[in-house]
Each structure stands twice: as structure tokens, then as C-alpha cells.
Design a protein around this ligand. Sequence first.
Ligand code: ACO
Ligand code: KIV
Length: 567
Amino acid sequence: MPMLKDPSIKYRKFPSMNLPNRQWPSKSLDKAPRWLATDLRDGNQSLPDPMSVLEKELYFAKLVEIGYKEIEVAFPSASQIDFDFTRSVVAKAPDDVWIQVLSPCREELIRRTIESLKGAKKAIVHLYLATSECFRRIVFGMSEDESVELAVRCTKLVRSLTKDDPSTAGTEWQYEFSPETFSDSSPEFVVRICEAVKDAWGPSEDSKIIFNLPATVEMSTPNVYADQIEYFCTNISERNKICVSVHPHNDRGCAVAASELAQLAGADRVEGCLFGNGERTGNVDLVTLALNLYTQGVSPNVDFSDIMSVIKVVEQCNKIPVPDRAPYGGQLVVSAFSGSHQDAIKKGFNDREEIVKAATDSGEISTSDAIKWQLPYLPLDPKDIGRTYEAVIRVNSQSGKGGAAWIILTQLGLDLPRGLQIAFSKIVQREAEVVGRELKGSEIEALFRKEYISNGFVLKEYDIVRVDEHSRKFVGSVEFDGREIRLSGVGNGPISSFTDALSNGFGVKVEVWDYKEHAIGQGSNVRASTFIEIRVDGKEKRWGVGIHEDVVQASILSVLSSFAAFL
Ligand SMILES: CC(=O)SCCNC(=O)CCNC(=O)[C@H](O)C(C)(C)COP(=O)(O)OP(=O)(O)OC[C@H]1O[C@@H](n2cnc3c(N)ncnc32)[C@H](O)[C@@H]1OP(=O)(O)O
Ligand SMILES: CC(C)C(=O)C(=O)O
């Protein structure tokens, strides 16, 4: 059945809200929300291959390590495995971590759920009940009044089994109610049912009730969800006794945007999963939300400094790979292949290095991290999340001179002159086209060494003596192709006297066209690197590179490397 030419005969546009005085468009995100990680519940319930107990324990430990203080660990009444896992978490959760568990509004399941929390230090009992007309009619066959009655009755039951039960005094309780399918519910009815639930629970400013407003199925553009949230926040009474939480799903691919706008609209808390696992197209991605805050200069209060270790656990437990283009964590997101991107990034890193050096030398800053990050194509410093610069630039047939030069700079510490970058990029491009894939850094380094450093010559003994103020004499010998060749020549310095010696020894005319040198490393380990371009008997110019502790010897080696290409 092909797509309809006119989809409006089958699909309706989700109605916008009439909220003429909406305030959220003029707000900005200036602080992190409370986070709730539901990877072990909403994430796990939707896995083709749910986590084993060991995987749940590994995942829980990683969530705690990242810094999540509210973790929904299970649906305890669903199975003995979920119940037992909850019991194991109760026994070992850190004192400052709230354990959250989910239950439907069914008495026997609520009792079982609260039983799983016995002895917990901090526990959030989370009940849900769908409030949309669609669900009330199709799934429950309940009126609005009957839904309110059920939600109130179950809230009172939770209250009687928790904060009103003296035997649970050792546990600090919070209560969360989710009008499931909030995103498709009447805003007025949601306020009505939550007012009734709030009265039944009796929150205080110090112990707020959590109203979690899920986009159980993402139904609208993010602005409509923000309007729904703002409507709730401005119409519910005793707002100071409420934590407004959101739980966006990603059916339209807008969960991150919806979550950010919902916070502008007043949401205090966000429920999601790492890298957007969860039902269907997933819950909102907690990693993206956190690092979106971070790159705006706002601390997310969670730590992704070692994002690769997070990815390892997520992929191992979910058995679903993190997509290569997942924001921040994807394999390809800190990589640039195309030439103009690589050129801009390489220049950006050079620019930052100069700014940091100047600021540090002037004593203006104590650490380079205090300088605002501004690099073409890179909104985040890969180093901040434990990723390496080397991985930023990768080379394929779309790459230009900057990519290969970057690899040589980061792997060999050689800052190639522009002419050599251009010459080498042609060699790399040819190789990338031959193999038809990305070239590894090691392959590019090997190409460079073969083309410009190793040269078949062995420099034997040599001496460069002063003839007069403007003249030097080179005397020495090289071994090439099994032969020892004596060399002698004069010039205005070491390089020209050596090229004259080569011209004499090989009966050619060697001319120097370009030269550059720079130090590699510092202190006692410093070495000289020299880059020289020569022409022999008027033929096409060739580059050579020399690296040695002695700058004169490095220069001689670079001349030999370029000269070898003419033999
Ligand atoms: C949006 C969400 O992700 S909500 C969380 C969903 N997660 C899960 O369901 C995972 C765990 N669930 C389970 O393992 C099972 O549902 C159990 C064990 C809890 C219950 O199993 P069953 O008793 O067989 O019920 P089943 O799974 O068929 O659920 C449907 C029943 O629950 C009722 N129900 C569904 N949601 C709710 C709710 N929030 N409150 C009260 N009743 C509910 C339905 O009306 C239906 O009742 P009926 O069978 O009398 O018509
Ligand atoms: C239980 C609720 C919060 C839920 O998972 C959803 O609505 O997606």
C-alpha cells in the first residue's frame, strides 16, 4: 500500500494549544534538571534480549559512576528477576541514590512493588495510569471520573504502605505519578487527576510529589509539548510542592528538542536513557541532553569524561550498537574526512594552541581549559569526553592536504610546510583511491616514511669546515646501493656545501627550492626536523625530511631523502 497522496484523509494534525501568553520561548537553559535514568526499566523492557542480572548490575554501577542520583531499576511486580534485582539494589545502592520502581494502578501489583523496596534508604514509588481518551476508552473502558477514582485509591494505598506506615520509617519516600499518554491527553483532565492525586498523597515543599508528564508516544512538534508542560505548570495548584518531570519518547525524532523546550516551559526533571534506548524509537537520550548543556557552559551534573567506557557498557548490556552518528558518542562524530573540514579543524587546533600559549605565557590563565572553546566544526573538545584529537581527522578519498598533515603532526610531531602537505596529499589521495577505503593513521605514517624519510643512503663520517666568513666546505662519504661514495663541496653554509658535494659526486646539478625546520619535543629529548625541497638537473622538485638531534645532520638527511627520489 503506497503512501497516500493526501495523508490528511488518514492522519490528523495534532492540535496546537491556545497559549497566547506562553513564556517558554523567551527562556534559556541555565541549569541542569534532576535526572532519572530509566535504562533498567523502560530501556530494558523494550530490548529484544533483556539484560541478565549481571548486565543490570554492571549497568546500574555505570549509572551511579556517571553520577545519576535517581535510577528507575525495575518493574518489580513483572517478574521474580525484576523483584530480586530490586532487592539486590536496595541492599547496595549508595546512600545518596534514589531507587525508583514502577507499578500500574493495580492493588496486588502495588503491594508486591512496595514489598520489593523493604529496607531501602531512599525510594521513589512510581505509579502510572493512562489518561488519554483513546486509552481510557480502548484499554480500560473507564470514564474520567473512574480514572480519577482509581488513581486516588491507588495513591492512598501507596501512602498507607509507605510514608504512613511506621514500619518503613527507615526509608525516605518519594511518590511519582505518571498520567501515561500525557502527550495525547486533555490538559485540563491531566490537571484534574493530578490535583486529586496530590490531595491524596499530601506533599510538602520539602518532600515534593513528582508528576511525570510522559510523551508516551511523541505526537506533536516539540513546541506543542512545551505548551502542554507550561499549561500544567501554571494551572496545577501548590506548584511549590511539585517536581514536574518529563519522560519524552522519540517517535518523531524530536525527543531531545522536546525535552529542552519542556525545561524552558518549567519541567524540573527529565527521565531518559543513555544514547536513547527505550520503547520503539527510544526514550530521550540523556547523553545528548547532558552534553548539550555542557557545550553551552552549563554543568550537567553528570560525568561523561570517559564516554567510551559508557558506550562499552551500554552496547554490552543493550546488545544494540550506539549509532556511528549518535551525537557526541558516535564513532564518526569527532571525525572529519572531507578536505575543507580537515583544513579548518587543523587550523583551528593550531589557532587554539597559539591562543593558549600566549595566554599561558602572559600568566593570564592557569589552565588551557579556561579559554572558551571555538573550533570550526567541533562544538565540543573531544578531549573533554575522553576522545582523542587523532580520531578527529581521518583520511579517505574525500580528504585534502589537511587530513594527512594532521595525522603526520599528531603521530610524528612533524608540522609539514604547505608545499610538502600538498605534495604528500596527492600520494595519500592516490593510495586511498587504490584501496577504496579510509586509510589508517599507521598506513599514512608508513607512506610518509617511505616517501620522504627512508632513502637508501647511509651517511658515513663527514666534516663541514669554515673556509672563510661566507664559505663552508663539506667533506665526507655516503653509502648508496652497496657503494661508498666520497663527497666534497663548498657553499655559503652546511646545506649548500652538501648539495654542491652531491652535484660533484653524482655529476648533476642539485638546487635547493624550499627549506623549513622545527624542533620536535622539548628539553633533553629535543630533536630537529628539517624539510627540504630540491630540484636536480631542472627536473620536477621533490621533498625530503630529516630528523636528528643535530640540526645540521637532520638537514643533510633531508637532502639525501629528496635526492634519493631522483636516482
Ligand atoms: C508506557 C510503559 O512503558 S508502562 C510500563 C509497561 N511495562 C510493562 O508492562 C512491563 C511489565 N509488565 C508485565 O510484566 C505485565 O504487564 C504484568 C505482569 C505487570 C501484568 O501482566 P497481566 O496481568 O497479564 O496484564 P497485562 O500485561 O496483559 O496488562 C494489561 C492489563 O493491565 C491493565 N493495565 C494496563 N496499564 C494499567 C495501569 N497503568 N493501571 C492499571 N491497570 C493497567 C489493562 O487494563 C489490562 O487489564 P485486563 O487484562 O484486566 O484488561
Ligand atoms: C510509565 C510511563 C512513564 C512510561 O514509561 C511512558 O509513558 O512512556
